[in-house]
Structures are given as C-alpha cells and as structure tokens.
Design a binder for this molecule. Structure first.
Ligand code: ZN
Ligand code: ZN
Length: 586
C-alpha cells in the first residue's frame, strides 16, 4: 500500500529521530486493542460468537442508521491505520495491519457495492446467536438468561429492518432463510425451557422470559410467512457475475492471483490429474481385474476407485483406527524431517461429545480467541443412529486410503500442526481475522507433502514414493478441491447450469450423486468460498517451488515449512513477500 507523500515523510522523520521502532510498536498495539473494542461495539453478535461477552444483551437492528455506523467505524479505523507505515512494523504487526485493512475495506465494499443485505434473506437469523448464550457456560446461567431476555427486546426491530432491506431477493437464499429461521426456532422453545427449568430465577421472571420468547417465535413465523409471499414477487439471480465475484474473491481469499487466474490454473490441474489417474489405472488394471480395460477410461478409473474403496475399516473399529493413526503420522513427520512437532502439545483425542453424536469423521475443536480453556481436542465421531447402508457408504468413502488423507488434513501435519505454530505468536487479530484460505491451503498442501515424502497405508513399505493406489485415491480427493473451484467460478461467473455441475462432479470427478447435489446447493448460496482450498494450496505450493529455485542447495522442506508457519494465519501473499525479503529477493 502507498501512503500519501506528506505522511510518509513525517514517519521517516520520526524514524530518524530515534526510538521510533519502540514507539511504533506500542502505539500499534494500542491501535489494535482500540480496533478490537470498537469492532465488538459495532458487531455485538459477532463478539458473542467469539466468546467476548460484554455486549451479549445487544441486538442492533440492521437498518440504514446501523449501516451508517458501520461505515463510520470502518472509515475512522482505516484513517487511523494509515498513520502507520508497514515498513516500521514487525512481521507479526505487519500481517495484522494487512488483515485489519482488508477487513475494513471489505466492510465498506459490502455495504456500498455488494449490498447482500438487499438480496440475501438468510443473512437475517437471530437463532444461532441466542443459542450461543445458552449453550456455553462462560457465566452463571441466571446472568446468561438475563442477557437472553434483554436481547429478545431487539428482535422486533431486527426483523422489521430485515423486511425493509430486502428488495429483490434470490429464490435460493429465500428458501435457505425459511429453512434456517424455521429450524433455529427450537432455541426459543425446548432449549430455552430446559435452561429455565434449571435456573434459580423467580417464577415471575421465568414467566416473563417465556412470554417474550413466545412473541419472538411469532415474529420469526411472520418473517417466514413474509418470505413465502416474496417467492411470487420479483427475484434476482443467485449468480454473482464477474465483477462482484472478482472483488469478493479478493477480500475473502486475499490471494496474489485473481479469481480468473485461479480458475485457469484449476482447469490445467484438472487435466493433468485426470491424465495421471488414467495412467495409474492402466498400470494397475491387470492387478485388480481379469477383464480388458474399458475403452472409456474415465469409467475404468471409476471402477478401480470403487474396488479400492472396498478396503475399509469396520464401523466398530472406526474411532480406534483414527486414534492409532495420529502417532503414526507424527512418527512419519519426524522420520522424514518434514517439520518440528512440539512434543509438549500432543493432540488430545476424544470420542465425540454428546452434542456432536452421530457426526462421523474427525474435526478439531480449538479454544476460541477469548476462551481461557487451553485444550485443543480432536473429535472423532461414531455412527450413532445411522442406518446400516449409510454407514457402509460412509466407510467406503473414507476407505483405508482416504482415511489417512483425512487425518493428514485435519490433524498432522495439517490443521492441528498449523494451529500449534500459529499459537506460538499469539495475536488476537489473527485469531479473529486469520486468513481461511491460507489455513485450508496449508491442510491441502500437507496432504501433497506427505505423499511426496512416501506416506502410505502400509507402514512397512520402505519405498520413498507412495504406492500408485495411494496416489490414485489421493488424486480423487484432490480433484474435489479443484472441482470446487471450477464449480464456484463456473456457476457464478460463466453461468454454468445444474447439468454441467453434475457432469463435472459425477462423471469427471468420480463423486456420488448425493454429494454432487449437496455441492450444487452450496454453490447457489455461497460465493468465493468453495474455491479457497485450491486457491490456498496453489499459492503455497507454487511459492514453495519458487523458493526452492531461489535457495537452491540450501533448500530443505523442513526449513521452508517452519518459516512459512512461523508467520501465523496470515495470507500467503504476505508471507511470501516477507520470506522473499529475507532472501533479499523482493
Ligand atoms: Zn464394505
Ligand atoms: Zn480443512
């Protein structure tokens, strides 16, 4: 970014007058803390969701006056921010600076140009935020219920503003809003009643809260009926179009590439990977089949993937298998010297807590930015309440090969490892505004790095390369990120239709029909998010290759990985700039 000349001269002067670095450091810390308190004052429900509980009782109505407040906050904070020269800041502060700048510009652009508040009725839903108040015990129940009650006073004006905002909605977001508002209402019914029963409030106070909740349910019902009527009125397309898509991509992903460039790269990668999958299938065919290989090579690839997918664990062994995988992954990372794993921070594996029951798979639960609890958990789910054919289909999807890749992605050396490194340089700003594209990109990059180092399902293999079977299954998995990108850009910018999506995902990316249908639904209600995996991966992988070329014999994958992760959850483009600067190459 460029500073006005007068201002940068002023800062240079300060710099030459001595002790500027220390002064800049402390005043930037002050700026950041001021930024965060203003952020939470402006966005109280966001504050609640990250565990900052000062404004729990507030629910601002999203009306014109509120948008004026947002603009005032963003422009004021931006002009304060521009008083700092990034060259005077430490690496950590500098990436915070960029994240804050991006967030503030995104707020302004959203309010003035994207104007989602006019066309996305699903933006308006209070249920989740009320649920935040009763589902976590950060404060005594009675106090949380009083915040709940005070917040309910804002619901009427909130939905009135919503109706006034929505001009021409999209049909897809209308439907989503109806489903989500209907579905979320249970928080004002059973969930609230359950908490009221436990609370030591007076009978009168409980009755008053109950009465308020009933009127909130009525307000939400009215909103849903109003949306139902809206379906007959003028509607707009859910497709964002090139201009808005590019700009939103810029703020969401903070990539050094444009969306169009990423789309082109995804097309090239899809072609390259399909060729590799066909070559592997031709090589492996006689090993698995007695029949001649089908002329349609995509069908042959599909048959081989289906055959390899039969190799999977039993449902009752699923959780234990994952638990045993983690030490194996850690040992492999160590043996191949890929990066240093902090031995004082082992990942705590737990069987899914009750509220997650029946969510198969694995996920990381890290403490929120304001939470005191120190543990990060690896939740491993089971199949409680699942029909047997659903279990079988899931187990085939997460067969012996893919299960390894899932754990690399979620845990080691993927999300969990990245988190441990990010926590070393704790920054509230990065914990709140951290770049999701880099975070997902790292996990996708970790998958490739492990396979390149020879990781395989068979731990007795001493080969330096993974087996062709492992690569084939990895490519199928990786094709999903690539196709997410092709789908997102293709649908929103190039106007691709449902049939194109099904062909792409089912015929060319070997996905199940149900998965493809869900993806289609997702692409009609989100924009520039499905592409974050491939965008992040591409940026990191291309940068690593660039870096390798620059440092030549001094290159080691470990050194690259550790330096890269040392910057925390910052956008890759800034990490790249700073790493190149250290080499004197930028
Ligand atoms: Zn089976
Ligand atoms: Zn992920």
């Amino acid at each position: 970014m460029r500073l006005p000349v007068a201002l940068s001269l002023l800062l240079c002067c300060v710099l030459y007058c001595g002790s500027a670095t220390a002064a800049t450091k402390s005043s930037f810390a002050e700026y950041e803390s001021n930024f965060l308190s203003e952020l939470w004052r402006t966005y109280p429900t966001w504050a609640t969701s990250v565990g900052y509980h000062t404004y729990d009782s507030l629910l601002p109505a999203p009306n014109e006056a509120y948008r004026a407040r947002e603009r005032k906050f963003a422009t004021g904070m931006l002009s304060e921010l521009k008083k700092f020269d990034v060259r005077d800041l430490s690496d950590a502060d500098r990436t915070d600076y960029y994240l804050i700048e991006n967030q503030l510009n995104y707020i302004l652009w959203s309010a003035d140009t994207l104007k989602e508040y006019q066309w996305n009725p699903a933006l308006y839903n209070v249920c989740g935020n009320f649920a935040d108040l009763i589902n976590s015990d950060y404060m005594p129940l009675e106090l949380r219920l009083r915040s709940f009650a005070a917040k309910m006073k804002g619901v009427k004006a909130y939905y009135a503003a919503a109706r006034a905002n929505i001009g021409t909605p999209t049909l897809e977001h209308l439907k989503l809003a109806m489903d989500q508002n209907k579905g979320g209402q249970s928080v004002f019914k059973d969930e609230l009643n359950r908490e009221l029963d436990k609370a030591s409030l007076s009978v009168a106070e409980k009755a008053e809260i109950r009465r308020q909740a009933d009127s909130v349910i009525k307000i939400i019902d009215d909103y849903v009926s109003w949306l139902k009527e809206k379906r007959n009125g003028p509607l707009r397309t859910f497709r964002l179009g090139q201009e808005l898509y590019e700009r939103k991509f810029y703020y969401e992903n903070q990539s050094r590439f444009t969306a169009q460039e990423i789309y082109k790269k995804a097309n090239v990668q899809k072609m390259a990977i399909t060729h590799k999958m066909v070559a592997i299938t031709e090589q492996l065919w006689p090993k698995y089949f007695n029949t001649p290989i089908p002329k349609n090579r995509l069908l042959a690839v599909k048959s081989l993937i289906d055959t390899l997918s039969l190799k999977h664990v039993k449902a009752e062994d699923f959780q234990e298998t994952i638990e045993h995988l983690l030490p194996r992954l850690t040992a492999f990372v160590k043996k191949k010297d890929l990066l240093t794993m902090d031995p004082t921070k082992p990942l705590v594996v737990r069987k899914e807590p009750d509220y997650m029951a029946g969510v198969a798979g694995a996920s990381i639960s890290a403490p929120g930015p304001y939470e005191k609890r120190g543990n990060t958990f690896y939740n491993v789910g089971g199949f409680k309440g699942w029909a047997s054919d659903r279990v079988e289909s899931y187990l085939r999807e997460y067969n012996d090969y893919i299960l390894q890749i899932l754990n690399i992605h979620e845990a080691i050396p993927g999300h969990y490892t990245q988190l441990v490194y990010a926590n070393k340089s704790k920054s509230l700003v990065k914990a709140i505004l951290g770049n999701n594209t880099m975070i997902e990109g790292w996990a996708v990059y970790a998958e490739r790095m492990m396979l390149e180092a020879g990781y395989d399902i068979d731990s007795t293999r001493s080969a330096t390369e993974a087996s062709p079977e492992m690569w084939l299954m990895y490519y199928k998995w990786h094709l999903r990120s690539i196709c997410n990108t092709l789908l997102d850009y293709g649908v929103h910018v190039k106007g691709q239709q449902y049939n194109y999506a099904m062909h792409l995902l089912v015929d060319e990316a070997f996905q199940e029909k149900a998965e493809a249908e869900n993806k289609w639904k997702r692409v009609t209600v989100t924009q520039t998010q499905l592409c974050c995996y491939f965008t992040g991966f591409t940026e990191i992988y291309e940068f690593r290759e660039e870096y390798k070329g620059l440092v030549k014999n001094a290159y080691s994958v470990k050194n690259f990985n550790e330096q890269f992760l040392g910057f925390g959850s910052a956008p890759t483009k800034y990490i790249r700039t700073m790493m190149l600067e250290k080499l004197g190459k930028y």
